[in-house]
Structure formats: C-alpha cells, structure tokens
Design a protein around this ligand. Structure first.
Ligand code: C2E
Ligand code: MG
Ligand code: MG
Length: 841
C-alpha cells in the first residue's frame, strides 16, 4: 500500500478508535446520569408524596375527629326533632332531617332480642341491616344501649355517644363513611347519622391524590401508587357482610394512586424486600406494552405503619433519550471522520507529492541523467532535500563532465610515458600480440629492438636523477629522429634506460641497419649545462617468426641479445642467436638465488694481493666478492653486482664482504710484523646515507679489531662526481680516522682533473683496461703515464691494476709506479690459498 493511502487510513483508524471509545464512554455515562437523575426525581417525588401521605393521615384524623363531633351535634338535633319511638318516624322524615342537619344519611338502630338492626333510614339499603357480625362495632352499640361508656378503644367516645373510625360501608362497599351513634335512653332507638365519602372527598381535594395526579402528568412518570405493605398481595382480608364483599380501610392494599401496571407477584416481592431492607428496589419490565422501570421506595414514620411508594417510569424515554444522543454523537463522529479523511488526505498528499518528485529526480540520477533541476518551492525539510538532491545532481553533472574531459588525458597517460612522451610498456604489451597475430595472417615479419644505454647508471649516480631524466628525454628524441616524422613505428620506453621499438615487415638486414642508425645517433655527445657527456647504447634484435613465434619469448630474446651486446663491450647492435649465454635469460631467477645466498651467507671473499714490486712486500689485498651458486655455478661479480645494485641487495652484500674481510685480515695481521691493508669496493649505493655508512665502517672495524690505518675504501670516480658535500664530508671523516680512499678504475670516468686536488683521496688506481692496452713497445701508454704524473703532481699514491704481462710491469716500474695488482703477481685467491701465498712466500 502506498504511503499516500496509508497515512489517511492510519489517521482514520486512530480517530475512529478515539471517537468510538469516547462515544461508548459517553453512552455509559449518559445512561448512568439519566438513571441517577431519575433516582433524584423519584426521591423528590417520594419525599413529596410521603409527606402528603403522612400529612393527609394526620389531617384526616383531625377531620375525622371534627366529623365525629359534628355527628354528635347532629345526633342531638335529630333527637329533639324526632318522636321517642321509631315506629312513629318515617324514612322520608329522616331524609328531610338529614338534609337539615347536613349529614349524608340518618339511620335508626334498634335492639332486638339477639341483634341490633337498622329499623329506619334515609338510605334504604340500611333498613333491616344486621350488625351482630360487626365485631367491636356491635360491642360498642351494646354498651351504648346499656348506657355504659364505650370502651372499645377506637373512635371517639363521648357521653352517650360514640363515633367509629372511618370505614367502608358494609351495606354499600362503594362508599367510605363516618358514623356517629347516640343513645341516652330517651328513645327506643339509637341515632346513627353519618357522612358518606366526606373524608374521601376531602382527601381527594387536599390529600396525596392531587399531588399524585400532578406527578403522573410529569413526563416519563406513568403511575404513582402508595402501597400498604401489610396487605398488598393478600386475598384473605376480604370481609363478607350484609351480603356484600369488601376490604376494610385498614386492610386496603393500596392507599393512594392507581395500580394499572400490574405485576402482583413481583411487586409483592419487591415491596416486602423494600420494607425488609429499608432500601429502594427497582426492576425493569415490559408491561401494558411499554418498557417500564418500577421503583419501590419504603417510607417509615415513628407512629404509623410503614408504607411503600411505587413509581412506574417510562423506561422507553430514557432509551429514546440515549438513542437520540447516540445518534447525534454518531452523526458528529461521521462528520469528524470525513473532515479527518479530507485533512489527512491533503496532508498525505503534501508529503507524498514532493517525495514522488524527489524519487523521480533520484531515478534520473540513478539513470545517469545529471544536471536536471527539480523545482520544489517549499521551505520545509522537503525543500531542503530537493535542494540537496539538485546540488548533488549538479555536482555529479560537472563531475562527469570533468571526468569525460580527463578521460582523454587519462587514456593518453595510460599509454604514454610521462617523461619522454613515448608510448609506454602497457601500450607495448597490449599491442604486441595483435601485431603478431596480424603478422601471422599476412606473413609479415615483426622486429623487436631492445635498446639499453651503457653506463647510464653511472650518469644517474654522477649527475643526479634530474639530469638523468634530461638525457632520457634527449635519447627519446634521438630515437624518434631516426624515423620519418609521419612514421607509425611503435617506439616505447619500458622504464629506466630501456626502450623497445617494434618494426613491421622489415628484413633482418633493414632492421639491423635501422638499429645501427639509432645506436650511432645515441652515441653523439650530450650537452648538459655546458658539459659534454658521452654515452653509448646497446641494441638487441629479435625477429618474428625467424627466432620465435611466441610474443613473450620474442621480448626475452631481444633482451638477451641486448645483454650480449653489453657483454661484448656495449655500443653495439646484436642480433639474437641461440648461442647466446643461457644464464642471461635467467636474470630474475639469478636475483632470487643471490638474495638467498646473501641471506644464508653463502658468499665468499677472495683476496688479490697488492705488492710493492720494488721491495717485493705484499702491503695489502683487495677483497673481491665471490658467489658460487648450486644451479648457475660461479657467477661473475660483473654480472651479479649490477643486479645487487638494482635490487638493493648491495647493502647486505657489502656488509658481508666488509665483515669477513676485516675479520680475516685482522687475524692474519696478528701473525704479521708488517700488517696488511685490506681494500674493499664500495658501491654508489653505500653513499646514499654517507654518515650511516661511516658509523657502520667504524663499528665493523672495531668489532674485528682492525685498525683504520689498515683499511682502504675503493670507490669509482662517479661517486665523487656527484659533488655531494655529504659524501665528501663522510670521506673526510673516514680519512681523519686513518682510512685511505682509493679511486678505482681511474680514467674511465668523466672526471675533470682539476677538481681532484680538493677531494679527500689517497690513491689513484689506474684502470686495468689502460694497463692492458699498453703494447709491448710501450705504445698506447699515454694514459697510464698521464695518470701516474697526475698522481705525483697531486701528491697522491698510485697503483696499477690488471698487470698481466711482464712488460706492463716493466713499463710501470720505468715510470716509477711500484704498487701493482694483477694476474702477474696473483689472481684473486680464496682465504686458504691467500694464507699459503702470504706465509709460504
Ligand atoms: P675492480 O674493483 O676493478 O676489481 C678488479 C677486477 O679485475 C677483479 O675482477 C679482478 O679479478 C680483475 N683482475 C685483477 N687482476 C687482473 C688481471 O691481471 N687481468 C684481468 N683481466 N683482470 C684482473 P672481479 O673480481 O671479476 O671483479 C670485477 C669487479 O666487480 C670489480 O672491479 C669491482 O668493481 C666489482 N667488485 C668485486 N667485488 C666487489 C665487492 O665486494 N663490492 C663491490 N661493490 N664491487 C665488487
Ligand atoms: Mg676494485
Ligand atoms: Mg678496478
């Protein structure tokens, strides 16, 4: 279900529940209130009626008394008006007399032998009436006839006179009469005047009848009855006299009011219960075709008999009232519900509509349609949300635009080398296979040219990486120069100083010519800050499909050919052939093996003696690292030192060599009168953190107890060319300790000689290539001679390495260079062999 429908539904259910409970409560309360109100009304009525009843009783007694006395007065008047014998009196006479005296009737009673009977009367029904069965009334008559005072204890007794209590007339039970009886012995009859229904009239006029009538006119009150609890529901109280049937006044079950809503059995029970419990009793029933509520209220008074006031209430009225009220409430509730429904619908729309818009906008964003703006003019949370969604969409829009713009740049960068602008390794790798596949289809050839600069590392070390980068840019430019401007040859930079060129459909001959053109072009001097730098390059060539049909192998073969060119002295082009040294292919594995060898300290140090040819004294030795791998056999330092330098293994390697050389020489020196000086080769890498290196040297010397004077550092010119003050300072501090600094392979670098004199150097070591170039007739000896002279003029020590031939030694001696190192004296020796060499000589 949608939120739009849910909100009104929830509201309506809530409001319905509230209204329902409210109505239910109200109904119950109204009912109780009505009943309570009813009770109050009933109590009030009962109070009034009971007051009237009690009042009437008292005033009735008073009126009765007066009537009784009036009847005596009438009796006296009657006695004087009539003759002494009833036989002389006519009934007509009595009628006239009754009128005159203001009584209802006059009856004359006479005594017979066993009865007292009515002998004359203005009321024909009284004539011949027997009184024998009248109980105390008969007793009173007899007492009167006997001229005794009446002592029956009821009514009024005066001299010769008695008036009985008001009673139903046994001769005519439809009437209630008040009788007076007079006999003074002067007549043969007893005078009996009486008032007929006088008291009833009185009561009707002034008694509770009136008020009962009034109340029953009130709305809802159907009937009011004053019950005599003593006699209500009893049948035996009926008296049979003078052929008539009636109930005595005192035994009347109902004193006042009507009793039309009859339910005798239940009412009898209720009345009794009311008297017994002294509590109001109520019940509901359907009588005379009406829903009624009957209430019985017991009334007690001190002197009199208690009575019960019964009230019949029209319960239908209460119900009608309640139903009416309920109807009004339900109608009101329905109206409220409709209003709530409308309001909640409007409210829910005001929520769901903006949500709908926002959802639409978010859908647009989800589908990638950015930059569309939602116009929701609201200042609430929805307005804010819409604004934010718009902002998000706009931001995404400009972001995507930026992204698209930079996509080209990224694509360019993905396939180009940022330094040289040439295509990169990734491009090459992605392109090679498709090109080979194409060549395979067309039968064309593919040539791979693997170019690597010679000694570029030295340039980097010497001039710094920035300059190195400058040179690489020039190199890239020079390679491009070798191809026509609109040529689509794939020229790539693989990293470092490695470049690969892909040539399509060229013969081996043409490929080689191109390669040579490139190598020659790269050989030209490079001008950097006014300084001329000479570089060369090697190029290895492999051809598809002649050498291999596999793309990966094609690269490896060109690499291999390039290495072969390096080995052959650099500055050349080599075409792959399967005769190329296998171990060159294994460079990565070689590296792994080397790493392991260093970890396991499976590295040896050989010692090559340095000798003073004049004195024949072995004054020192050069420590040269040796590695014999189980798989690759003896690997030349020329091969693995560059690998160690490239991979950072050179530092642990150096430490190994340092430690074992120093310990070893220290041991030998202990047994020598003339201590040996040991020289160790330092790579440029060792000078990356020069101060660290100095303290490490100190530590190792100290640990091996080798005096610094017996230690020499061999560095190449390139390290010094760096011109770093840190390096110079570190060398100076080494010197201060007594350590000698020797420049290895002197003459091969780019040193401008002038700077030498300011540097912390002790020895120049003439590169072996210059020594080996010396001819037998001392031809080609200019460079070694110049170096010797230079050393001398700078007061530096000079030593020649790579002395193989006797005439080379001779030449050196003739130029006064007495310190020598070379196969002529000894090849580098294992420590055991060196020991032999040292001590057996
Ligand atoms: P280098 O420092 O110039 O060492 C001299 C090299 O010349 C050694 O080659 C040595 O065996 C060789 N040699 C000595 N006398 C003669 C000779 O009369 N004729 C010929 N043809 N060669 C001779 P090796 O041991 O193969 O070392 C090659 C290079 O490897 C060393 O050149 C040095 O630069 C480097 N190297 C060797 N050991 C270490 C080392 O422990 N650390 C460092 N960083 N480099 C080392
Ligand atoms: Mg050396
Ligand atoms: Mg050397």
């Amino acid at each position: 279900m949608s939120i739009k429908k849910k909100i009104p539904l929830i509201f309506c259910i809530l409001v319905f529940l509230i209204l329902f409970t409210n109505n239910a409560f109200h109904y119950i309360r109204s009912k109780n209130q009505l009943l309570k109100y009813n009770e109050i009304v009933i109590k009030m009525i009962v109070k009034e009626v009971s007051f009237q009843v009690k009042n009437t009783k008292n005033s009735s007694l008073y009126v009765e008394d007066i009537l009784g006395r009036d009847l005596r007065t009438a009796s006296l008047v009657i006695k004087h008006a009539l003759p002494a014998r009833y036989q002389d009196i006519t009934n007509e006479q009595l009628k006239v007399l009754a009128k005159e005296t203001g009584v209802s009737h006059i009856t004359l009673l006479a005594k017979t032998s066993d009865d007292i009977i009515g002998v004359k009367s203005s009321d024909s029904q009284e004539i011949g009436m027997s009184t024998k069965g009248w109980g105390y009334w008969y007793d009173a008559y007899n007492q009167l006839f006997s001229l005794k005072p009446v002592s029956v204890g009821k009514g009024i007794t005066l001299p010769h006179y008695w008036s009985g209590p008001i009673e139903v007339a046994s001769s005519n039970p439809n009437h209630i009469d008040k009788w007076g009886y007079y006999f003074d012995g002067s007549t043969n009859y007893m005078i009996n005047p009486y008032f007929r229904d006088k008291i009833t009239d009185y009561e009707k006029r002034f008694g509770p009848w009136k008020i009962i009538q009034d109340f029953t006119k009130e709305e809802g009150i159907l009937e009011l009855t004053v019950f005599n609890p003593k006699n209500f529901g009893k049948k035996k109280e009926v008296v049979h006299l003078n052929g008539n049937k009636y109930i005595r006044i005192s035994a009347q079950p109902i004193w006042y009011g009507k009793y039309t809503y009859q339910n005798i059995a239940t009412d009898t029970r209720q009345i009794k219960k009311a008297i017994k419990t002294k509590n109001i009793q109520t019940y509901r029933d359907s009588l005379n075709g009406k829903m009624i509520m009957k209430t019985f209220v017991p009334v007690f008074s001190k002197n009199d008999q208690p009575f019960v006031i019964g009230l019949v209430y029209d319960y239908g009225l209460i119900q009608a009232e309640l139903v009416h009220e309920l109807k009004v409430h339900i109608l009101l509730s329905i109206a409220i519900m409709i209003i709530v429904l409308i309001v909640s619908f409007i409210f829910s729309r005001s929520i769901t509509q903006p949500i709908g818009y926002i959802v639409e906008q978010v859908n647009e964003i989800a589908q990638g349609n950015f930059g569309k703006n939602l116009k929701l003019k609201r200042k609430d949370e929805f307005g804010m949300l819409a604004e934010n969604v718009n902002a998000m969409s706009n931001r995404l829009h400009s972001y995507v635009e930026d992204l698209n713009q930079s996509k080209e740049l990224i694509e360019y960068q993905a396939y180009h080398d940022p330094l040289t602008g040439l295509l990169n390794r990734r491009f090459f790798q992605e392109k090679l296979n498709p090109i080979i596949a194409h060549a395979n289809e067309t039968g064309e050839t593919v040539s791979v040219l693997f170019i690597d600069l010679d000694r570029f590392k030295q340039v980097n070390d010497s001039f710094g990486h920035n300059k190195g980068d400058e040179i690489l840019k020039i190199v890239a430019h020079r390679i491009k120069e070798c191809f026509p401007a609109d040529d689509h040859t794939i020229i790539t930079r693989q990293g470092g100083d490695e470049f690969i060129i892909l040539l399509q459909n060229l013969t081996l001959h043409d490929t080689t010519t191109t390669a040579e053109r490139i190598v020659n072009n790269l050989k030209k001097p490079y001008s950097l800050n006014g300084q001329e730098i000479y570089l060369s390059a090697c190029c290895g060539i492999s051809m598809y499909p002649d050498h291999t049909k596999n793309a990966d192998t094609l690269i490896i073969y060109s690499d291999l050919a390039m290495y072969a060119a390096k080995k052959a002295g650099g500055n050349r082009v080599t075409v792959y052939s399967n005769k190329l040294n296998q171990s060159d292919i294994e460079r990565p594995r070689l590296e792994a093996h080397l790493r392991k060898a260093i970890e396991n300290e499976k590295i040896d140090v050989f010692y090559q003696p340095k000798i003073n040819v004049n004195s024949g004294i072995i004054f020192g030795a050069e420590a040269l690292v040796r590695w014999k791998d189980e798989e690759f056999g003896v690997v030349s330092p020329e091969l693995f030192i560059p690998i160690a330098e490239d991979t950072g293994l050179i530092q642990p390697l150096w430490e190994l060599v340092m430690k074992s050389a120093c310990q070893q020489v220290s041991k030998w020196n202990a047994a020598r009168s003339l201590p040996l000086s040991i020289s160790v080769n330092f790579s440029a890498r060792q000078f990356q953190e020069p101060y660290n290196m100095v303290s490490q040297v100190k530590e190792i010397l100290f640990a091996s107890q080798l005096p610094p004077e017996n230690f020499e550092v061999e560095i190449t010119e390139s390290i010094l060319l760096n011109n770093s003050t840190e390096i110079v300072q570190s060398l100076e501090s080494l010197q201060k300790m007594g350590i000698a600094v020797s420049i290895d392979d002197f003459g091969t670098g780019y040193s401008s000689l002038s700077y030498l004199k300011d540097l912390p150097i002790n020895t120049l070591k003439i590169d072996k290539s210059f020594i080996q170039n010396i001819d037998q007739d001392y031809g080609n000896s200019e460079i070694p001679e110049a170096i010797i002279n230079l050393a001398r003029s700078l007061h530096l020590n000079v030593i020649a390495e790579g002395v193989e031939k006797e005439y080379q030694k001779e030449f050196l001696l003739s130029r006064n260079c007495v310190q020598m190192q070379g196969y002529l004296i000894s090849k580098p020796l294992s420590k055991e062999d060196f020991e032999d060499f040292l001590f057996k000589k």
